[in-house]
Design a protein around this ligand. Structure first.
Ligand code: ATP
Ligand code: MG
Length: 353
């Protein structure tokens, strides 16, 4: 048996051959002693009854010794490690994922049981992190849902008042509408992500023009760049670029990258969308001259519900890039980011032609 990371092959038996050879030799030797005892007692003219007793006692001692030795070996080799594994499994089934078992031998002397213990530890660690993710996910979802619901509740209570002027009334209604919209986006995104995470293929594949799709996505933000006085530049090198992919999934990527770029860029800044193809690959970049992000943020942007810039946390749920990454994984594409605090951010998506 060979294992990754182990230089030597792993022993595939817990009992070395020398033990069986030892048993064989010991039994031969002990039967020799039996013969020697017989000859000795015969020469010393021991009476027959005494001889039988001596031999019986001798073999009783030998059988007892061998049984005890075998029991010790079985306990050491199987019982103790199996008991440790059983105790650990019981703790895991009770929800304790911090259990780890120490290997029995030094790494150079690893056998299959040590390997099994290592695999067991790795499995427990994985289970633990999945459990943490699940718990985090649910607490994030609950938190994200609770906030707009509290806003809606508050604003509706205020609307109940009789002495409200028209301006206030409209303000509360707008608050309710935007909180409901936020809830709607959140739930749509969670459902989408859940659906995409359980999918391993993209079933609705068709041929479409990527350049046209990029332009259409950008046009959705026309009012945003006009209202916020942000300069938008499109640098689409190909006139047409027909690709075969799920044409409903990729816009999730473009829309989120563009919405992030506009969201994190101040008035007077620039957002650039570019497309070019080279050596069978298509490069789409979304670049902005916005606030940029630090190393910690850049490391976690694809985590569900992560939002680095808290000043914009009311605009979105931190699911956009998690969704974008999943879409690209399903499409066979990739995404990378370069960013500098205070200077701006550039996302690059690479797709196969
Ligand atoms: N262009 C950018 N400039 C600066 N920070 C960015 C940029 N794009 C993403 N980020 C950081 O990454 C975080 C995660 O982005 P993501 O798109 O996943 O979530 P979001 O935009 O906050 O919410 P949602 O996309 O669900 O509306 C953002 O909150 C922000 O901190
Ligand atoms: Mg986003």
């Amino acid at each position: 048996m060979k294992r990754q990371g182990l230089v030597k092959a792993v022993r595939d038996s817990r009992f070395p051959k020398s033990i069986f050879f030892g048993y064989y030799l010991a039994l031969l030797l002990l039967s020799g002693v039996h013969v020697a005892l017989l000859l000795g007692m015969d020469r010393a003219n021991f009476n027959e009854i005494l001889v039988i007793h001596v031999i019986l006692i001798y073999w009783a001692l030998v059988a007892g010794g061998l049984t005890l030795y075998t029991r010790h070996q079985v306990r050491k080799t199987y019982e103790i490690p199996m008991k440790r594994l059983a105790d650990a499994a019981a703790k895991i089934s009770a929800g304790d994922f911090s259990v780890r078992i120490d290997p029995i031998n030094e790494r150079e002397k690893f056998d299959y049981l040590d390997v099994m213990i290592e695999d067991f530890n790795r499995m427990t660690e994985e289970l633990g992190s999945i459990e943490t993710l699940r718990v985090d996910f649910f607490s994030n979802v609950s938190h994200e849902i609770k906030t707009p619901i509290a806003v809606i509740q508050n604003a509706s209570e205020m609307l109940k008042k009789d002495d409200l002027d028209e301006e206030k009334r409209r303000e509360y209604i707008n608050t309710i509408t935007s909180a409901a919209k936020r809830l709607n986006t959140l739930i749509t995104d969670i459902l989408r992500l859940n659906k995409l995470e359980h999918r391993t293929i993209t079933p609705h594949v068709s041929e479409f023009d990527l350049c046209d799709q990029l332009v259409q996505s950008a046009l959705l933000f026309e009012t945003v760049w006009e209202e916020n006085e942000i300069e938008f530049e499109a640098d689409i090198a190909d006139e047409r670029k027909i690709i075969t992919a799920d044409h409903e999934l990729l816009p999730l990527v473009w829309n989120n990258l563009l919405s992030n770029a506009f969201k994190f860029t101040e008035r007077g800044g620039t957002v650039t969308l570019s497309e070019r193809s080279e050596n069978g690959k298509i490069y789409v970049t979304v670049e902005d001259t916005g606030c940029g992000m630090d190393e910690h943020t850049a490391k976690h942007i694809y985590d569900k519900f992560f939002q680095g810039d808290t000043s914009h946390s009311t605009e979105g749920n931190g699911l956009g890039l998690a969704l974008a990454l999943r879409v690209l994984q399903l499409t066979g594409g990739s995404i990378s980011v370069e960013s500098e605090v205070g200077k701006g951010t550039k996302f690059t998506v690479i797709l196969k032609e």
